[in-house]
Design a protein around this ligand. Structure first.
Ligand code: AMP
Ligand code: ZN
Length: 492
């Protein structure tokens, strides 16, 4: 294990406090993160959450922990509006596109993997699917029924929240009070087979037209969305494990229900540290598939979304996200991405200069203090913005060494190189892929063409100006004339 000046503290959503992190098993960490529901292309908001947990995974590994990282694929059971009624999201897509549900699942699982690989996120150790764990889910439903915390009605099984709450605390994670929930939901619930509106489905009876169905002791049906995460996390990480993560919007009801299900059968809290990553917004509103307020990663990489002035590389986008703390809301805009691009380039340039520094007999600064500041930042609840600020301090130091204002011994230079490389590439997960940034050279080449076109236009040589525009378009580069001048996007 790495010896660091401070020790890792993580903000636990369960206690609302930063707590010193100590795994259940010495140097092993079990971490479960709720994965995507694969019924459409993953958007940048989803990517932010997975990049946040990629940072957590990378830093735990950097500290020397052996981490078992489990992230599921939701390929059944997640109904529209996160509700207990309505169509399964995947079945609905299959119906609309007239393909098999498993074709929907395959298509969007591939998209998810390709997108996360573009962002240089590490693959989890286990990536279980909900449909691959129907037997485990049925077993848990049986156990919850046996424990007396669920009831069967018309082939469906529901969790009895009020009964559970009599001897446990439903709302322990979200801070919601059952009385308020009862009060607020009663009005909304119409005719419903549930005994109480706050109860949630463990198993749902499949109507004849429902395609994704499995036999069970209660007839043909499908599992509830909350149940799959309890089944898969327990199977691979045990009844009690270290970290459970997901986006902030999953805290209630999804994670609250996970706690209730596990507590009901194991009589102990399933997770020591609950972590929730905050939302990526666009125009101040949460990015979401359902509202259409979102940008797809490919639109960003190609600059093809009208909200963007140009294309941005995956590295720049990742850097942009890591410049905010994972628990803060982050708003995406062209201006913010452009600023991040400048920062990313400055950082990478600084890293490159590190390999070519003059050596001295004496160091004029204490390099360990700089390196400690990296650990202090990350040990403080994975504070990547502070880490990045500290890395910029190194860039400044490098410049001062080049100017002859500071000196470092060869040993210290090597120490600094190793630490900076570890934090920039292994922990932050940035790469040099954008160094010879195609976009940068393309930007420059196209700006020359845009200038020539402008000259031709002012000389009223419209044959030439139209030719530049049309031939670029034929090659998949579209010029866009706007108030602020001409920009371009790539169409393929
Ligand atoms: P879903 O596929 O909708 O189940 O979402 C997958 C993950 O993305 C979950 O952890 C969500 O909390 C997270 N998520 C959804 N929208 C956003 C957003 N706008 N910003 C950050 N994370 C999000
Ligand atoms: Zn989940």
């Amino acid at each position: 294990m790495h010896k660091t000046a401070s020790s890792l503290h993580i903000f636990n959503s369960l206690s609302g406090q930063k707590e010193p992190f100590a795994p259940i098993e010495n140097e092993q960490v079990g971490m479960y993160v709720c994965g995507p529901t694969v019924y459409s292309n993953v958007h940048l908001g989803n990517c932010r959450t997975f990049i946040s947990f990629d940072l957590v995974y990378r830093y735990l590994k950097h500290l020397g922990y052996s981490v078992r990282y489990v992230r599921n694929i939701t390929d059944a059971g997640h109904l529209e509006n996160d509700a207990d009624e309505g169509e399964d999201r995947i079945s609905k897509k299959a119906r609309v596109e007239q393909i098999e549900p498993m074709e929907v699942v395959q298509k969007y699982t591939v998209d998810f993997h390709q997108t996360l690989a573009a962002f240089n996120t590490l693959a989890p150790n286990i990536e279980p699917t909900a449909t691959g764990h129907i037997i485990e889910q049925i077993e848990i439903v049986k156990r919850i029924l046996k424990a007396g915390f669920a009831y069967e009605i018309n082939g469906s099984v529901y969790f009895d929240v009020e009964k559970y709450n009599a001897s446990n605390h439903y709302g322990i994670l979200s801070g919601r009070k059952l009385e308020d929930m009862i009060h607020n939901t009663r009005v909304l619930s119409g005719q419903n087979e549930k005994r109480a509106p706050q109860d949630f489905a463990l198993w749902k009876k499949a109507e004849p037209q429902h395609i994704m169905r499995w036999p069970s002791p209660w007839g043909d049906g499908f599992p509830g969305w909350h149940l799959e995460c309890t089944a898969m996390s327990t199977k691979y990480l045990g009844e009690q494990f270290d970290i459970h993560g997901g986006g902030m919007d999953l805290k209630f009801p999804h994670h609250e229900c996970e706690i209730a299900q596990a507590q009901a059968i194991n009589h102990k809290s399933p997770v020591n540290t609950w972590m929730h990553a905050n939302m990526l917004t666009l125009n101040g509103k949460k990015m979401a598939k359902s509202t259409g307020n979102n940008i797809l990663p490919n639109e960003l990489f190609k600059g093809s979304n009208p909200a963007l002035s140009k294309a941005f590389s995956p590295d720049v986008t990742r850097f942009f996200m890591l410049q905010a703390h994972y628990r803060s809301v982050l708003d995406l805009s062209s201006d913010a991405l452009e600023a991040a691009e400048k920062g990313y380039k400055r950082l990478i340039k600084g890293v490159e200069l590190l390999s070519d520094l003059p050596e001295s007999k004496k160091s004029s600064v204490v390099i360990d203090e700089y390196i400690d500041s990296f650990y202090n930042a990350m040990n403080d609840d994975f504070n990547s913005p502070i880490l990045i600020a500290q890395l910029f301090e190194i860039v400044k130091l490098v410049n001062r060494i080049q100017q002859g204002e500071e000196t470092l011994t060869s040993t210290d230079i090597e120490k600094m190189q190793n630490a900076v490389h570890s934090f920039v590439f292994d922990v932050l997960g940035l790469t040099l892929a954008s160094k010879k940034d195609d976009n940068e050279y393309l930007d420059k080449a196209i700006s020359v063409l845009i200038e020539l076109r402008n000259d031709a236009r002012s000389n009223k040589d419209f044959d030439t100006s139209d030719r530049i525009r049309d031939e670029l378009l034929a090659k998949g580069i579209q010029l866009k004339d706007g108030k602020e001048g001409t920009t371009y996007s790539l169409s393929s």
